[in-house]
Ligand binder design. Structure first.
Ligand code: C2E
Ligand code: CA
Ligand code: CA
Ligand code: CA
Length: 279
């Protein structure tokens, strides 16, 4: 119905369920948001547990809707993915994250790294590698200052082609991480074949650290697994001192979470970056 334009939508409207109507409205609004530059990035600091310093940020997209206010990605990423709008939205996010990070580096805030989330659709685009190269060229950001976050399901959808894409990105010098590690469907047999630098422990495991001994054991196991594969480990969603202490004790390399800083707009995070440490 959506390709038939306004008339078709009106004609079918009484028979469509509210969900379908919502989707159409949301899709139109998303196109408008892209056109009217309503997207913005917030950045969440990532802290190195060995030095206590902020070593980078993760860029998280927000939609500043003129009526609804700030809309979180959970509300629109899935539909953006289905409609393919995630490709231009994601390209915008990649470009502005790189450009912002380069500005921070040039302002003398350190060799910061920026982590950018990729969607499945973006990851399988044939020109992804070219897009990344172009963005790095245009912004002048060093490739090793960019980390691309992928999920297990993205890698498992077509393992061989995923490995090929990851190799091309690695050859460029870009860092790769597995987001939400442990929550997706993947196999240990493949993990060692994926050329990734970092495992991000999903916050559901972090939450379980102090809930049960098994929860803590899971975190220990992930940290050991990552280190034995020569990967770094970053824990996300860290909210309490107890969780932080545990993660430090088991050798986790970096953390990210409300205990240090929420994702925030450029000016606010810049103030934190100037301090260098948030702990
Ligand atoms: P994610 O990549 O797993 O991002 C982490 C989420 O956890 C973020 O939610 C962040 O705000 C939240 N978070 C950070 N610290 C804490 C904490 O201490 N406690 C709790 N409870 N939550 C914490 P957010 O920003 O709403 O993003 C949700 C998801 O949307 C992201 O999950 C990511 O999958 C997706 N996303 C965000 N930005 C982009 C983007 O530019 N492109 C794509 N494709 N996806 C994005
Ligand atoms: Ca992420
Ligand atoms: Ca995550
Ligand atoms: Ca996620």
């Amino acid at each position: 119905a959506k390709q038939n334009g306004r008339n078709a939508v009106q004609f079918y409207a009484p028979h469509m369920n509210a969900h379908a109507l919502d989707r159409l409205a949301l899709e139109g609004a998303l196109r408008g948001a892209l056109r009217d530059q309503q997207f913005e990035l917030h950045f969440q600091p990532q802290v190195d547990l060995h030095s206590g310093r902020v070593v980078g940020t993760e860029a998280l997209i927000r939609w500043r809707h003129p009526l609804l206010g700030t809309v979180r990605p959970d509300r629109f990423i899935a539909l953006a993915e289905e409609t393919g709008l995630i490709v231009p939205i994601g390209a915008w996010a990649l470009r502005s994250a790189c450009s912002q990070n380069r500005d921070w580096q040039r302002a003398g805030l350190g060799q910061l790294r920026v982590a950018v989330n990729l969607s499945a659709r973006q990851f399988s685009e044939p020109d992804l590698v070219q897009t990344v190269r172009q963005v790095l060229d245009d912004t002048g950001l060093a490739p090793d200052s960019l980390e691309i976050e992928l999920t297990e399901s993205m890698m498992m959808a077509d393992v061989e082609s995923a490995i090929e894409t990851m190799r091309c990105l690695k050859a460029m010098g870009v860092k790769l991480s597995i987001d939400d590690f442990g929550t997706g469907y993947s196999s240990l047999a493949y993990l060692k074949r994926f050329p990734v630098d970092v495992l991000k422990i999903d916050r559901s495991f972090v939450r379980d650290i102090v809930v049960s001994r098994d929860g803590a054991a899971m975190v220990d196991a992930i940290v050991s697994l990552a280190h034995s594969l020569r990967m770094q480990v970053i824990a996300e969603g860290v909210e309490t001192i107890e969780q932080l202490d545990y993660l430090r004790g088991c050798g986790c390399d970096e953390v990210q979470g409300h205990i240090f800083a929420r994702p925030q707009p450029v000016e606010a995070v810049e103030a934190l970056l100037r301090q260098g440490r948030v702990a």
